[in-house]
Design a protein around this ligand. Structure first.
Ligand code: G1P
Ligand code: ZN
Length: 542
């Protein structure tokens, strides 16, 4: 056993369950070691227990896993479960923690951020329920990271990450497992694989899945091709690469060009889907049809009786506050509760653990259910395939039928990236100071009904989270939400969210920007972004 002295470091942002930085930052001496030791210090239940480790395969994954194994052994972990090749998607890791009774897991990923030697790397800690560390655990890890004085390593012979089997490191058992099979088995229990297989093999239906050279490639191959019989040609970019092929593994309209070209070239009877770096996000599209994640959540909720994993009926649903209220309408029709939580999956996890909900989602391409405690990209894609197979309707027809039943919630998000952090913080402060006088006033002709900072009290553990985004509600029913991103790695990212319900199908229009023009103009008048952060147009519009 080696004890190495080191000093505290300001690496982790308080209140976050993980650490995300440039690869070069992680390569500094003691950096990764300090953070991982801080986790062992803050979570004593890991000693003598099982720990799951795996990542999305990005550059530095293998080196980090080798070091984490030495730290785990040095801290008395009894058994380390590692995905073959060091690979585990975020949802698969969550499932594994639960299935194997682990005390927690370390997931190595910077999600949808680019990878490679000049890209980002990250480590997040999930607890024994498989969910991202709670607020309390995150705070304890942060506190430990600022007070750390040494870390403990057990150096030994390296182990073969690519070979399934057991080995030992200083008394700790290391098991390299096939992370794909367990996850595929779990999916087979959630869906009607016979019906989906028939759909995928039919000559008239076209399906494309873009793994973006990230983690979901091997999972997609096992599930869609080997188990469901789809042709291998339905998979795009299915080989995981350390730099994601130089791309940006973020499934959105800007980054999944190859997928969109394939699906738009197909007929109406086609579905396209993509997942992000670590496999927890999903984007679903039809031919010439972008299915907004807020609508996707609502449509899955409305079709829940068709899905085996949800077939017992919905207990309740949840969405993050900035997500459109489309799912609220389905919940109201079914007489179940819809919870509104702050952004971030950990808030859903307590509701799932408490049995209050069994379906949840966020506007940021995250959808999930009770089968594990992360958002789950492939699960969402399988939901869509199952719904199409069961209803024998095209994605377009399913979406239109939904809007005809519930009305349409127009939604858009505008991101301003790489802002000066101080200027962004000052803007938020100014906005907060102006909330009291806003209610009852008019912005660009729209009457403001309420203006507030969103706070949340967890109905299960009573934990209170405040300052979770500013929300303006207007008299015409539209909303504007403003918050700063908590996941970026350079400068500040300002996110503006807009939504409005339209009940009259005759007034639906193809362009959400046009449908939301009034509330976008009202918020522009309020924010004065040109003056405060020197920007007039967003960098990304979703
Ligand atoms: C973003 C998304 C949020 C999601 C998180 C992790 O966080 O907006 O919904 O839970 O990534 O995938 P943000 O950068 O906005 O803090
Ligand atoms: Zn992700």
């Amino acid at each position: 056993m080696i004890t190495v002295s080191s000093s505290p470091y300001p690496g982790q942002r308080p209140g976050t369950s993980g650490l995300r930085q440039r690869v070069s930052v992680f390569q500094q001496p003691h950096y990764l070691e300090n953070f991982v030791q801080a986790i062992f210090n803050a979570v004593p239940s890991l000693a003598g227990a099982t720990l799951v480790v795996g990542g999305d395969g990005r550059y530095h994954n293998r080196a980090a896993i080798a070091r984490i194994a030495e730290l785990a052994a040095g801290n008395g972990v009894a058994r380390l479960l590692v995905g073959r090749g060091g690979l585990l998607s975020t949802p698969a890791a969550s499932a594994l923690i639960r299935q194997r009774g682990a005390a927690g897991g370390l997931i190595l990923s910077a999600s949808h951020n680019p990878g490679g030697p000049h890209g980002d790397f990250g480590i997040k800690f999930n607890g024994a329920n498989g969910a991202p560390a709670s607020e309390q655990t995150s705070a304890a890890i942060y506190a430990a990271s600022t007070a750390i004085s040494h870390y403990q390593l057990a150096e030994g012979e390296g182990f073969d990450l690519d070979q399934i089997g057991s080995s030992e490191l200083a008394g700790m058992q290391i098991e390299v497992i096939d992370g794909v099979a367990d996850y595929a088995d779990l999916m087979a229990r959630q869906f009607d694989f016979a019906a989906i297989g028939e759909l995928l093999r039919s000559a008239t239906f076209e399906f494309y899945f873009d793994a973006m050279h990230a983690i979901t490639g091997p999972y997609a191959e096992e599930i869609f091709c080997r188990r469901l019989g789809a042709s291998r040609s339905c998979l795009l970019n299915a080989t995981p690469r350390e730099d994601f092929g130089g791309g940006h593994p973020d499934p959105n309209l800007a980054h999944a060009g190859e997928l969109l070209a394939a699906v738009n070239g197909a007929g109406e009877w086609a579905l396209g889907a993509a997942s992000d770096g670590d496999g927890d996000r999903n984007m679903v599209v039809g031919s010439g049809l972008f299915i907004n994640p807020c609508d996707s959540l609502a449509i899955i909720a409305a079709n829940a009786p068709l899905l085996a994993g949800l077939g017992g009926g919905l207990r309740g649903v949840a969405r993050s506050m900035p997500t459109s209220r489309a799912v609220d309408r389905v919940a109201a029709a079914q007489g179940i509760r819809c919870y509104e939580t702050p952004t971030g999956w950990k808030f859903f996890a307590t509701l799932l653990d408490g049995g209050h909900i069994n379906l949840c989602g966020e506007e940021s391409f995250g959808t999930g259910a009770d089968h594990l405690r992360e958002k789950d990209g492939l699960w969402a894609v399988l939901c869509w395939l199952n719904i199409i197979a069961a209803r024998q309707l095209s994605p377009q027809a399913i979406v239109e039928h939904h809007w005809a039943t519930y009305g349409r919630d127009f939604f858009t998000r505008h991101d301003y990236e790489g802002l000066d952090s101080d200027a962004a913080a000052a803007l938020l402060k100014r906005l907060e100071g102006s909330l009291a006088e806003l209610a009852g006033s008019r912005l660009a002709g729209l009457a403001v009904e309420s203006a507030e900072q969103f706070s949340y009290t967890d109905p299960v553990d009573g934990a209170r989270s405040s300052g979770q985004g500013i929300r303006l509600c207007f008299a015409d029913g539209s909303r504007a939400v403003v918050r700063l991103s908590g996941t970026g790695t350079s400068g500040a990212t300002l996110r503006l969210y807009f939504d409005r319900h339209e009940s009259d199908p005759a007034r639906h229009c193809d362009d959400p920007q046009r449908a939301l023009a009034a509330v976008i103009a009202a918020s522009a008048e309020w924010l004065q972004l040109e003056r405060s952060v020197g920007r007039s147009q967003p960098d990304v519009v979703t």
